[in-house]
Design a protein around this ligand. Sequence first.
Ligand code: SF4
Length: 394
Amino acid sequence: MQLKLTEVKSKQESGYLYGILTNEFDAIEKEIKILYLENLSKALPAGFLGYILLKKDNHFINYDIPNLFTIDEPFTFNSNQIIIKIDFTENVIWQIIDLSKNHIDLYLTGKCTQFCIACPQPQKFRKDLEPKNEALMISKVLINQKKHINISGGEPTFNKSYFVAVLKALQSNSPESNLQILTNALSFSKEAFILEMVEQGIVFEKLFFSIAIYGSNPEIQDFATGLDGSFYKLENAIQNINNHKAKIELRIVINKINLYDLENISKLIVEKYHDKITRVIFMGLEMSGDAEVNHEKVWIPFNEHKPFLLNSIIYLLTHNINVLLYNYPLCYLPKQFWSLAKDSISYWKKYFHYGCDKCQVKSMCAGFFESTLPYIEQVTPILIQKDKHEVKTC
Ligand code: SF4
């Protein structure tokens, strides 16, 4: 949703106003809601964060009420189900969060502390390099929500005090939400940061960390992250996070650099991290950003992943470690591994090869990132042979 404002009457200094859009005169939690009215038959109720009126009612604009806006055209929306951003600098209203969904993504910054060779969105390609106030503003509006909230970047801990402020707001406003932090974990390699978070009131053991690991040794890890010392820092971070009882999942993005090391990574995980992690996720590459720039160094076709991937999965599973696959098309996996593969690519980035049209499991398949599709030469559509009750696959 994008709407043009015709008039703005606001004392807001930041240039932006964030709130939940409602059409209920007597809505609860008015202080985080923006009231939209097409027909105004009585005086505006006090206490809302802001008001949006159709321009035909603009004689009420004389009210001495902060954050009063008018628009030209009526619009429909699910009351109390969307968070909007009113941008005074552009005179536009944006829908930014759909509260009817169970998931919310909060993007904290484009900056990062690593320089990963296969980063799909490296900081040099991101327009917004500053910590965005937006995540904090949204966190303040998320009151009593029970959601799964992904906190990401760049590296979301790049600005530590901002990261802590966002977590603090979320944990105090929506304590029943689950917070998942997608991080390179370097900030947690020193326990002091965790102690500081705890001191500031963060309930650390309620956090869930998704941490990328690229190699079983410093050579591979540090080469893949572009940062000397990242392997040992990661080791310390996992230890520290585990000591403070937060949950951890490890993510392995499969590429040319670590494919032949996958089994070693799995052995390392079993030996060192078995009791510290909840699961391991193997991921297909998103071939944008630096992954595209470095495609000769990082791209390796899906059909070359076997047997390294399958041996690694089996090794982890036999050691009672849960495994999932993200961004991994089904036709590159034997059928017995399908239940591990999740439909993980966001719908606006998800594409299929033209050869997928005939496939009878397309609706269950993760498909491909749009940026990865040019690297896919062919797929093997799955045909279910009804007579024999069997599936024909690779
Ligand atoms: S043919 Fe296409 S839809 Fe079918 S499993 Fe392969 S990638 Fe998925």
